[in-house]
Design a protein around this ligand. Structure first.
Ligand code: PHE
Ligand code: CO
Length: 296
């Protein structure tokens, strides 16, 4: 087999250009260096501690159930035995970002793509693209939850379908993924907790999203979310809060999005910072330090 590549974005005179790859490879576990395992260990210990009272209980329980620890980078084969048994999901190792449709197709087949390589020690606090720590630590534990597992598969199938409708439905669906799977908060009897992988794999945002006065925290509404722009280069201005995974499932999987996309056609997207009168606001953010441009 050819050596797996480490596919990363390119910086050009036109700025950041993502690079896509579709190869599915075998995790080259024996090729990880001592430094790679040390980066995993450092990130794992730090996030496990920060997330103790911040991540949703389903996430924390699954970290333990999957046997993830700080000693070494987990082997995908070991994770897969437990994951397949629990919810029928399976990790596949990839070299970097996948094209959108390929990504949807894997999710629809209950295959979760995980980048095989981990960030370098000088990228501990921030890396622009998903690496092994984000994909494996951030995303995989919740695939042990039956409701969330079904949501992810349905999302993939919905993505395949949306891509036949055009760019606007796809943009709507991408916003839904962003504000749930990547940056979602969940309301629990103990208070707000994190379930989004983009937060779970970030030290700074794990604290910011729950404790800062700056961002908005707004009750989840599927159409509202699909209209809302987001940030990729800074902490989110707004987080959407679900009441539970059942609510998320019922609001997204059950309805046919066809008529919803049609109704939303041509509507002006809502800026990331905006709070509407119709929103159920857990917190209206102070917005301190926000710039007006940069929403995507
Ligand atoms: N119900 C959506 C549709 O009809 C599919 C979907 C499921 C979208 C889950 C997002 C999340 O297209
Ligand atoms: Co992610």
């Amino acid at each position: 087999m050819t050596e797996p590549r480490r596919v990363e974005h390119q910086m050009t005179d036109k700025g950041y250009v993502p690079v896509y790859t579709t190869a599915v490879i075998a995790q080259p576990w024996s090729q990880y260096s001592a430094a790679d395992h040390a980066v995993w260990g450092q990130l794992f210990r730090r996030q496990r501690e920060i997330l103790r009272d911040r991540a949703c209980p389903e996430f924390l329980a699954s970290i333990d159930a999957l046997g993830m620890g700080d000693a070494q980078i987990p082997k995908f084969d070991d994770i897969n035995r437990l994951l397949l048994e629990a919810t029928g999901w399976k990790l596949i190792a990839v070299e970097g970002l996948l094209p959108e449709l390929t990504f949807f197709e894997h999710l629809a087949a209950r295959e979760f793509p995980v980048t095989w390589w981990i960030r370098r020690a000088d990228q501990i606090d921030y890396i622009a693209e998903p690496d092994l720590f984000h994909d494996l630590f951030g995303h995989v534990p919740l695939l042990m939850n039956p409701v969330f597992a079904d949501y992810m598969q349905a999302y993939g199938a919905g993505g395949v379908r949306a891509s036949t409708f055009g760019n606007e439905p796809l943009a709507n669906l991408t916003r839904l993924y962003w504000y749930t799977v990547e940056f979602g908060l969940i309301n629990t009897p103990q208070g707000l907790r994190i379930y989004g992988a983009g937060i779970l794999s970030s030290k700074g945002e794990s604290i910011h999203c729950l404790e800062s006065e700056v961002p908005n925290r707004i009750g989840f509404d599927v159409q509202r979310v699909m209209q809302t722009r987001y940030r990729i280069d800074s902490f989110q201005k707004t987080y959407f809060v679900i009441d539970g995974f059942e609510q998320l499932f019922q609001a997204t999987v059950d309805p046919d999005f066809g008529p919803i996309y049609y109704r939303m056609k041509g509507a002006e997207p809502i800026p990331a910072a905006t709070v509407l009168d119709s929103d159920r606001a857990f917190q209206r953010g102070s917005g301190a330090g926000w710039s007006n441009d940069g929403d995507v």
